[in-house]
Design a protein around this ligand. Structure first.
Ligand code: NOJ
Length: 753
């Protein structure tokens, strides 16, 4: 009885609480809105030009426009605020994916930095620039787990790992939105969910993801971004387990709304509701509208579905108007959080783009995102390679050596190519300062071109140089949306160029500027050093020159496993063991030609490659070497749900080389025996630690039950019982590594009791 009374008191208290003032304003607006106005508010249309039709839509209460900016945005906004009946401001959205004017490395490159603070800072500066053009809503970050480099959108992702993508996505949200109560630019985490698992790495393709994998691998980065405050979320194009996401009630309702209690705005992808007709789960746009609204898709981007059919569906009683009120409430709440009712117009009269802070930040991010994959000692370049004590003669060449357009990568509509500084431009500067003698042959700008004449010319020039710096990779249009590749080679005749250059006897340094991992083991074997730099943005030129010349030591680490060949895909580090793991691969070369019968064992591997990737997740060299000491634990037992309830894992890292550099110790854990089989390793933490030559640093990580939890049937619940799956840790033995990458290190052991 006493218990009942206290609950009653609590309920009364909650009921009597004055409602949040913003919610009261929203109540008042909704009470005044007609059905047509609610539907208009739930619609987003493309701008980009001023048309009478759009003006009329805005006058009728349109909720949002995408791709309308600057003066045009202000023009439409004035109509919304001054001529629409209720004066509700619109919100202007755009794909500001890795920078607005100042372009930062592609997200895959940003992930390679493992530098959350810098990634957050880049997002903050991006928002500052975009807001000056009136953009208050960006369709970013994309946190789709991407384990298939054929998929062009891997460039927009943070790679293969759930933990890294979660941390990166959350940092980006914090950066865009800022710390003030008025949000600077709303983030929109996308694409909910599983888009990166498209079959064959072909964009928009079917996905099949079992619930356990959804929960453990694909959903956590979304949860992390929403927990970081993302004001919105975008559904994906794909058909997941038979239901396109634009109508997937399990994801949109059961998980997003009921379980996670998300009250932010859910927007469709571009015409994704209409796309369901082609998916084949609805007959026409009216049915698509019904399916989308029933999944509480709150804003329709460019399908025109809600505009055309929602009113009829409400009138026919198929959709309750209350549901529209919930949607409109979430839309209006975002507008209030952005302060649009008080400040609806573009922020500044004279925009301040490419300021020194933005340029310095993107250069640092580009420096940190390059991964040194191979170095036979040629890097960093210095005069000791020169025959006399004169500056070294350097040939700078390759299709990406001077391509202002391509080094920015995918999704950067608003950059100005001429503001981009290429590697060649930077080396010209080094030459001007007398540090090198420069020969240049940037070649053509298209990575796909083939040219005999160019190869001959390269050969001639290489003979005059002491070292060849080749900037190759992919032109920007080869990655991004709908840019999938079946062969992950260096396009055009780049491989031939590299071999020709190497045949001159001169050392060759290959820098790859690309939107994805490439299967270029043979090219790597052919050269002396390889920097894998992704597409690095506005200041990638000076960043690469600094790395090559040794002004900065490389510190990037791979955010994704590099396959040896396309046939190994998908290949990722946190796989499960098979029942027959690889102990003793027998490769093609080991099998006698013509052997009718041979025993190749029964392990799990590829005859051509064994079980190894080209490079593992987390891998990267620098200009020094690090020695990782053993992992020590504060205890060998972690007690479940009682004190101390956490372990401290410690490791000392020694810089055994001759220059200061950044180590990135990575914490991995393995649950040895589970009710469901567990991955061989899972990343659970990382740090960036700068260590001077000869010195050591000790790093510590905390391990709690949370790091050990996974999605399975909770203890004591009968198989098949409804709702019994949850994240929880199982008692038993665990391994823990603090290692330089996902393939190295010796584990320490502990048990959860
Ligand atoms: C389609 C893409 O999938 C999505 O990522 C993007 O934000 C929208 N188009 C809007 O341009």
């Amino acid at each position: 009885m006493k218990h009942f009374l206290s609950i009653l008191a609590l309920l009364t208290l909650v009921a009597c609480q004055p409602k949040d003032p913003v919610e009261r304003k929203i109540d008042r607006l909704i009470a005044q809105m007609t059905l047509d106005e609610k539907i208009a508010q739930m619609t987003q249309l493309s701008g980009g030009q001023i048309t009478e039709n759009l003006e009329n839509q805005v006058r009728a209460g349109l909720g949002s426009m995408l791709n309308s900016m600057g003066e045009e945005a202000d023009y439409y906004q004035r109509i919304a605020v001054e001529e629409s009946r209720l004066g509700i401001p619109m919100i202007f959205a755009r794909d500001v994916i890795h920078g607005y004017r100042t372009i930062y490395p592609i997200p895959l490159g940003q992930a390679a930095t493992f530098d959350l603070a810098l990634v957050e800072e880049a997002a903050r500066l991006t928002a500052q620039e975009a807001m000056q053009a009136g953009i208050r809503w960006t369709f970013s970050p994309m946190v789709d787990i991407s384990r298939d480099p054929r998929w062009g959108r891997i460039a927009e992702s943070y790679g293969e790992d759930t933990y890294l993508a979660s941390e990166m996505g959350a940092a980006t949200v914090r950066g865009y939105q800022g710390k003030d109560s008025i949000v600077q630019m709303a983030a929109c985490v996308k694409h909910f969910v599983g888009y990166g698992a498209s079959e064959g790495g072909r964009d928009y393709n079917t996905t099949w993801i079992p619930e356990v994998q959804l929960r453990e691998t694909y959903l956590p980065p979304f949860k992390a971004a929403l927990d970081a405050g993302s004001l919105s979320l975008m559904c994906s194009f794909n058909d997941l387990n038979g239901v396109p996401l634009s109508a997937n009630k399990h994801l949109m309702k059961d998980i997003l709304r009921d379980e996670w209690q998300y009250d932010g705005l859910l927007v469709s992808d571009y015409a994704s509701s209409e796309n369901m007709i082609k998916h084949g789960n609805c007959a026409d746009l009216k049915e698509a509208t019904l399916l989308s609204i029933n999944a509480q898709m709150e804003m329709d981007m460019e399908s025109h579905a809600y505009l055309l059919h929602l009113k009829d569906l409400v009138k026919e009683g198929a959709v309750k108007e209350d549901l529209l009120d919930v949607c409109v409430r979430n839309i209006l709440r975002m507008k209030f959080r952005l302060g649009l009712f008080d400040n609806p117009y573009c922020a500044l009269e004279t925009p301040n783009y490419y300021n020194s802070e933005s340029l310095a930040t993107t250069q640092r991010l580009a420096e940190e995102s390059a991964v040194l994959l191979k170095n036979n000692g040629i890097l960093p370049l210095n005069t000791k390679h020169s025959s006399q004590n004169t500056p070294m003669t350097v040939l700078v060449c390759g299709p990406l050596a001077d391509s202002q357009h391509d080094q920015n990568g995918t999704w950067c509509f608003d950059k100005v190519d001429s503001a981009t500084v290429t590697p060649l431009m930077s080396f010209r500067q080094w030459a001007k300062e007398g540090k090198i003698r420069l020969i240049e042959q940037p070649g053509k700008h298209w990575s796909r071109e083939v040219s005999e004449a160019n190869i001959e010319q390269l050969k001639r020039l290489a003979k005059q140089a002491e070292v060849v710096l080749y900037f190759g990779g992919e032109e920007s249009i080869l990655s991004g949306e709908a840019r999938c590749r079946a062969h992950l080679d260096l396009p055009g005749d780049q491989s031939e160029q590299l071999r020709t250059l190497k045949a001159t006897g001169k050392p060759v340094v290959l820098t790859v500027m690309a939107g994805r991992p490439l299967c270029i083991g043979a090219d790597i074997d052919a050269v002396d050093a390889v920097l894998y730099a992704f597409h690095g943005g506005t200041m990638q030129g000076p960043a690469l020159a600094n790395l090559i010349m040794g002004k900065v030591a490389p510190s990037g680490r791979l955010p994704v496993t590099f396959p040896q060949a396309e046939g190994q895909i998908p290949i990722y580090y946190n796989k499960k063991n098979s029942g027959r793991p690889t102990y003793n691969p027998v490769l093609y070369d080991d099998i006698p030609v013509g052997a009718a019968q041979f025993s190749i064992g029964a392990d799990s591997y590829w005859l051509e490659y064994g079980d190894k990737p080209l490079y593992p997740f987390g891998y990267g060299l620098t200009y020094t070497t690090f020695e990782y000491g053993p992992v020590t634990l504060s205890d060998t037992i972690l007690l479940q749900a009682s004190s101390p309830h956490r372990l401290i894992a410690t490791c000392t890292i020694k810089n055994t080389g001759h220059c200061e550099a950044v180590a990135i110790p990575q914490l991995y854990i393995r649950d040895l025996v589970g009710a469901l089989t567990r991955p061989v390793r899972e990343l659970k933490g990382f740090q960036r630690v700068s260590i001077p030559a000869g010195e050591s640093r000790t790093v510590t990580f905390e391990i709690t039950e949370e790091e050990l939890a996974y999605w399975h049937l909770a203890d004591g619940i009968t198989l098949g019982a409804d709702g019994a799956y949850a994240f929880s840790a199982e008692k038993g033995d665990f391994h823990v590594w603090i290692a330089p990458n996902s393939a190295e290190g010796e584990p320490a052991k502990f048990a959860l009791r």
